[in-house]
Design a protein around this ligand. Structure first.
Ligand SMILES: *Cc1c(COP(=O)(O)O)cnc(C)c1O
Length: 396
């Protein structure tokens, strides 16, 4: 074995952030519920308060359990620094509002997460930040928009709900050439499948609520990358107050121990399910980057080490009623507005990612009426396939 070789993803999922912390006492990271941290020595207290010495002062700023969570994901993403927030949207808001100034310009794509899209279209324009949203897979148009001026390039891949793929290396390069900060939402891929910092991004962020936590029992968000940028985002978060709570940090940490195992299983389950659906007569189209028929397959193959657990499919009978019929008959799927958990989760964009849009808006965005988003869990592929087959047989 090479010296100084980094431990593998499985080892890091289990140990990163914890090995120094646990030393000679407990073997699991304690949930520290204390709001404040006491000091008898006022000089020491002041040094910690001024950031000259390590330590914790007040729970809105930092907390030991939360710090271990941040450290684990930081090391899985191969980043200098990380900071967290109460939710994915919390960390996305802190990132955008701490780094952008009035008069500046964001370049992004039309298919970002619904909440992110609302920040772009509703809140950033209010403070005079210009946002250009390009057609998601039109790389030439995105590059052209970046070259016209760009302070922050915001990318997300694979996207929600039609699982489109962006070429991160190509676009990050264009962003850097224009002097932009390059931010990537890596929620769908996780660092097990894709490492945006290695492909040229400055910041990588997550809704930890999804695959990182993996058990649909805690909300959280985290951003990793360049330490100067992270400092600004942390400062904005500590003042505005969307802090991740210690109990959620603990649940996310515990979930992350099995991250590599879960993602590997979800990758292989999703690929098997996608292949099955692609050959099914009651399915019109399957969106999964692991299929050779997917328009982003070659880019995905180049930049991802697995194609992820997310897929979506369009029914041959393109109606919302047909969606209801299939969902009602699925035995092994929660019908819910979530994704990335150990249980399979299914739902239409109309009630999940694109609940804010009208039917016409969704159709204009290329989201078919009968689309079902399917977040593959860690069940056995044969059971998921059998379940889908039985549910599809209920369609006329
Ligand atoms: C869910 C999600 C978010 C928002 O995360 P919350 O934890 O729900 O605030 C952001 N980006 C993507 C890709 C998501 O799936």
């Amino acid at each position: 074995m090479k010296k100084n070789q980094l431990p593998g993803n499985g080892t890091r999922s289990v140990w990163a952030g914890e090995e120094e912390y646990l030393m000679d006492s407990v073997t699991q990271v304690p949930v520290v519920h204390s709001v404040s941290f006491g000091y008898k020595d006022v000089t020491h207290w002041q040094q910690v308060a001024l950031g000259e010495k390590e330590g914790h002062i007040y729970g809105r700023n930092t907390n030991p359990t939360v710090s271990v969570f941040e450290d684990k994901i930081r090391r899985l993403e191969g980043a200098e620094a990380a900071t967290s927030a109460a939710t994915g949207m919390g960390i996305i808001s802190c990132t955008l509002f701490s780094l952008l100034l009035p008069g500046q310009k964001v370049v992004s794509v039309k298919d970002t997460y619904g909440g992110t899209n609302k920040i772009f279209t509703e809140f950033l324009p209010r403070i005079n930040v210009n946002v250009a949203l390009c057609d998601t897979t039109d790389h030439d148009a995105i590059e052209k928009e970046i070259a016209d001026g760009c302070d922050l390039l915001y990318l997300e891949t694979p996207t929600n709900p039609t699982i489109k793929i962006l070429d991160l290396e190509r676009l990050a390069k264009a962003g850097k050439n224009a002097g932009a900060v390059v931010v990537v939402d890596n929620t769908f891929a996780t660092p097990i499948n894709q490492r945006p910092l290695d492909l040229g991004a400055d910041l990588v962020l997550h809704s930890a609520t999804k695959f990182l936590g993996g058990h649909a029992d805690a909300l959280g968000g985290v951003v990793c990358g360049d330490s100067e940028l992270i400092k600004k985002i942390y400062h904005y978060r500590e003042i505005t107050g969307a802090t991740l709570d210690p109990m959620s940090a603990y649940l996310l940490l515990r979930g992350m121990k099995t991250l590599e195992l879960r993602i590997q299983r979800q990758n292989s389950n999703a690929l098997e399910v996608a292949k099955f659906l692609e050959s099914h007569p009651k399915i019109k189209k399957v969106f999964y980057p692991g299929l050779e028929s997917h328009e982003g397959h070659d880019i995905a193959k180049k930049q991802m080490s697995g194609f992820g657990g997310m897929l979506s499919f369009m029914l041959a009978e393109d109606t919302f009623e047909a969606v209801g019929t299939v969902l009602k008959h699925l035995k092994y799927a929660h019908c819910a507005a979530n994704l990335g958990a150990v249980e399979t989760i299914a739902g239409p964009p109309a009630t999940t990612s694109h609940v804010e849009c009208t039917r016409e808006e969704r159709l204009r965005m290329g989201i078919p009426e009968s689309l079902i988003r399917y977040s593959t869990g860690i069940e056995n592929a044969a059971d998921l396939i059998g379940d889908l087959d039985a549910a599809l047989s209920k369609l006329p």
